[in-house]
Design a protein around this ligand. Structure first.
Ligand code: AMP
Ligand code: ZN
Length: 146
């Protein structure tokens, strides 16, 4: 995997470089997992690729795969140790989606029910409309792995 330069203005790059403090859970050559500084629940972990890519669009597929390997490993560890009744795996891209740190990352958030993260719609959609949108999205698909 190509390692892009560390960006001094990026807090997650600084964590990778060891110049900012973190609370690591897992490290391998491609990824890092560490505790979220403002956890939404006990055991809230972030998983990042070590190189700086801003979002899912910029991050190469093999790097996303490496992040998912770490997500699975840490998810098992959270289940074994904290045993929450549910575990959310979340990821957002762009300010409008709520992204605040612009180095790709995946949240693992233990969930205890009751509190909505507002990721679910309240109304069921029209099925013809869903067909139309699905077909629209399919028309934009490239070859896998792009
Ligand atoms: P997002 O809204 O998906 O961009 O989330 C960014 C997350 O990074 C938030 O949950 C922050 O609490 C977390 N965060 C920001 N700075 C740090 C840091 N220095 N160490 C650990 N987590 C951080
Ligand atoms: Zn970065």
């Amino acid at each position: 995997m190509t390692i892009t330069p560390v960006r001094d203005d990026c807090i997650f790059c600084r964590i990778v470089a060891g110049t900012a403090r973190s609370h690591p859970v897992w490290e391998d050559p491609d990824t890092l997992a560490f505790m979220d500084l403002a956890p939404l629940a006990t055991g809230h972990v972030l998983v990042i690729p070590k190189p700086h890519w801003e979002n899912v669009f910029e991050t190469p597929a093999p790097a996303l795969g490496a992040v998912m390997d770490t997500v699975k490993r840490v998810a098992h560890a959270i289940r074994t140790t904290i045993a929450p009744p549910g575990l959310g795996v979340y990821q957002v891209n762009g300010r409008a989606a709520g992204q605040t740190v612009f180095h790709y990352h995946v949240h693992l958030i233990p969930r205890h029910g009751g509190v909505s993260l507002d990721l679910h719609g309240r109304r069921r959609a029209d099925r013809d409309e869903l067909d139309r949108v699905a077909s629209l999205i399919r028309s934009g698909l490239d070859a896998p792995g792009g």
